[in-house]
Design a binder for this molecule. Structure first.
Ligand code: G6P
Length: 367
């Protein structure tokens, strides 16, 4: 793997632009394009028999877990608990018989995640992990390792590791659904086709770099930024807010759009940009009505949607980013890209240390 920055200004920028390739590589290792089916490595247990799945991670990897909960509950009918490792490990949670625990970690070395893994193992769970570093401690202590093929990630703020984690989790959700009988071969083929489109669609969004940079310049002086989304868009709102605060030091919050009226709506004034993640899926209308509530209170809305969605909202938003139309299932992977780009350009504009933000470490190996 190339370890320099090449023609890019920052590792983060390079890693954002590598995503079409690394999502493609990750898909390649789990998808059979001929049969449009998914093939994960053999497991020493039948994942279709799982009674419950517990997902534990930290930071951006935790948000990947939130997306996975949605996929696995909705498409595979399996109940999922998701928690941050530092909470999970000290709560003494009871763990179900026949349960599987999944640990998501780019580095495979995060101390809290490793401690959570050891706890789950002591409670008789089968241990699955998704890591980017196959020789890591978390990988070594797992029953089954699913690798993300992101290549080395140098920027402290995770980008390509996150979208490849989502890619693997999508394959895992489909596998669980197939094995427990919730998902037909036809459903699987449909999802595989949608996933196969992703590298091209991600590349398409990367072409909006200049446009997103201009939006970023407009929010660089904000003190607070709100990110809203529903369903699969909610964890992406959280991730967008995390990226922005990590590298630009602007206070940002991700919120479930429907929860806005229970608090954050009080913050809205013309100085607070509101980024709305709104693919035209079955929750679109609901998200739009939350956007209208924000706009009516003077909020500066930046609306991310596809052509169909943008047509519906007319000129209600102050700015828009037109996304490729995407199958519902695949939307979180695609909508991650513009929020990464936005955070990156805000940070560059502010002149912060994009690849080494203050106070943060790439891998948190001590508690
Ligand atoms: C640190 C990094 C984050 C990362 C988190 C979890 O906070 O700065 O980018 O998401 O650790 O790391 P892991 O290696 O376990 O995914």
């Amino acid at each position: 793997a190339m370890t320099g920055k090449g023609n890019y200004n920052h590792f983060m920028q390079k890693e954002i632009f590598e995503q079409p390739a690394v999502i493609g590589d990750t898909l390649h290792s789990f998808i059979n394009p001929a049969t449009r089916s998914i093939k994960l490595p053999d497991m020493p247990f039948n994942i279709g028999d799982a009674t419950r799945l517990t997902i534990v991670a930290c930071g951006t990897s935790f948000y990947a877990g939130l997306v996975a909960k949605h996929w696995i509950e909705r498409y595979a009918g399996l109940g999922v608990d998701v928690d941050v490792a530092s909470e999970f490990r000290y709560r003494c949670p009871p763990m179900p018989k026949g349960g599987i625990a999944l640990f998501i970690s780019q580095s495979g070395e995060t101390a809290d995640t490793l401690a959570a893994l050891r706890y789950a193992k002591s409670k008789g769970q089968k241990i699955l992990s998704i890591v980017n570093v196959p020789e890591s401690t978390i990988a070594r202590e797992s029953d089954v390792v699913l690798q993300t093929y992101a290549g080395p990630e140098i920027g402290v703020a995770s980008t390509k590791a996150f979208t490849t984690q989502l890619t693997v989790l999508a394959c895992l959700a489909v596998t669980i659904g197939r094995e427990n009988g919730s998902l037909s071969a036809k459903d699987e083929a449909g999802i595989v086709s949608a996933l196969t489109e992703l590298p091209k669609q991600v590349a398409e969004i990367l072409h909006h770099d200049e446009e997103i940079r201009n939006l970023a310049i407009n929010i660089a002086d904000a003190r607070d930024v709100l990110y809203l989304g529903r369903g699969l868009g909610y964890p992406i709102a959280l991730e967008g807010a995390l990226k922005l605060k990590e590298i630009s030091y602007i206070h940002a919050e991700g919120y479930a759009a429907g929860e806005m009226k229970h608090g954050p709506i009080a913050l809205i004034d013309p100085l607070v940009p509101i980024i709305v993640i709104a693919p035209s899926d079955d929750l679109f209308e609901k998200t739009v009505s939350n956007m209208q509530e924000a706009a009516a209170r003077g909020g500066r809305v930046i609306f991310l949607s596809d052509a169909k969605g943008l047509e519906t909202i007319g000129d209600m938003a102050s700015a828009t980013v037109e996304m490729p139309a995407v199958a519902d299932f695949a939307s979180p992977i695609l909508y991650t890209i513009p929020v990464q780009m936005l955070a990156y350009h805000v940070a560059v504009h502010k002149g912060t240390d994009v690849d080494q933000p203050r106070n943060l470490a790439k891998s948190v190996t001590v508690e």
